[in-house]
Unconditional design. Structure first.
Length: 293
């Protein structure tokens, strides 16, 4: 009896040792990689806290002493960054809402409804991902000019409600996730008299929070960092976004690297916070949507 119980115990001990060795090897790879990826962020923060004398020293100063926190206040007040931040938030949140709305509606049709030519139409939608944005830049500019939308936020927000600006990728991601939801839930809701809109809003979307969080992160990051479209459509300084404001600021303070790094860190901070608080849903959305394979 003792011999028979000793064999499973030995197997469990070997398995535990193997798991510990695998974890040690995994962390031995991940920790150096994390240091490599975090080094530029640390250098940016470190440089933003240096004095003028510490910027050109060799070997470089990794830990400023004392840290000059006033660099952030000076950089922030050197240009109307509060106005740029407000403009960027308006555009980012407006476009993000449009992309979530349009992508979820179209993805629901491709994933849960049956109609002739559905798969062919889906392939056409995916094919638009291979079309470079610069190809349609001139005709869309002429269109917005005819509509009188130049130097307004409308060209940067309204197209998001029609599947533009990465819409095909978001549709694909949500479609893959919607297909993993059991059809029995939709059929039960339809028996109770629910329409497709109600099924989407009350059944599918509440179960798709990880995928929606993934789309939200991609959309927020893309619109927050967008440079080309605001540069083309916005001409007044009171309409500038942070990316254009940063470009103007770099031209005026090209040698004051501590100010440039301070503004760069402040501009990156919202993206870092959004990913930090939504990372769990982001990973689940990527895995469950089937993008990895």
């Amino acid at each position: 009896m003792a011999a028979t119980t000793a064999i499973p115990l030995a197997r469990r001990e070997r398995r535990a040792r193997t798991d510990r060795a695998r974890d040690v090897a995994l962390y031995a790879v991940l920790v150096p990689l994390s240091v490599v990826f975090l080094a530029p962020l640390y250098w940016m923060v470190s440089t933003s806290l240096k004095t003028d004398a510490q910027l050109g020293l060799w070997p470089p100063v990794w830990v400023p002493s004392p840290p000059v926190w006033l660099n952030y206040a000076h950089a922030w007040t050197s240009a109307p960054f509060a106005l740029y931040t407000r403009n960027t938030l308006i555009i980012t949140l407006g476009a993000m809402a449009g992309q979530l709305l349009s992508a979820s509606a179209v993805a629901y049709g491709f994933a849960r409804l049956r109609f002739p030519g559905r798969d062919t139409l889906f392939v056409v939608v995916l094919a638009t991902m291979m079309l470079p944005g610069v190809v349609t830049l001139i005709p869309t500019y002429i269109l917005f000019q005819k509509l009188g939308w130049l130097n307004t936020f409308l060209p940067l927000i309204v197209p998001a409600y029609f599947g533009a600006a990465g819409g095909a990728f978001y549709i694909f991601l949500l479609r893959q996730f919607f297909r993993a939801i059991p059809m029995e839930l939709s059929e039960a809701a339809r028996i109770d008299g629910a329409s497709n809109l109600r099924i989407l809003l009350q059944v599918v979307l509440p179960l798709s929070r990880p995928a929606l969080a993934t789309v939200m992160i991609f959309s927020f990051t893309g619109n927050w960092n967008e440079f080309l479209a605001p540069l083309i459509y916005l001409t007044s300084q009171d309409k500038y976004t942070l990316t254009i404001g940063m470009q103007v600021f770099m031209q005026q303070h090209s040698t004051q690297f501590q100010y440039l790094m301070a503004i760069s860190f402040l501009m990156s901070l919202p993206i870092i916070l959004v990913f930090f608080f939504a990372q769990q849903h982001f990973v689940r959305g990527i895995v469950m949507s089937g993008i990895k394979g």
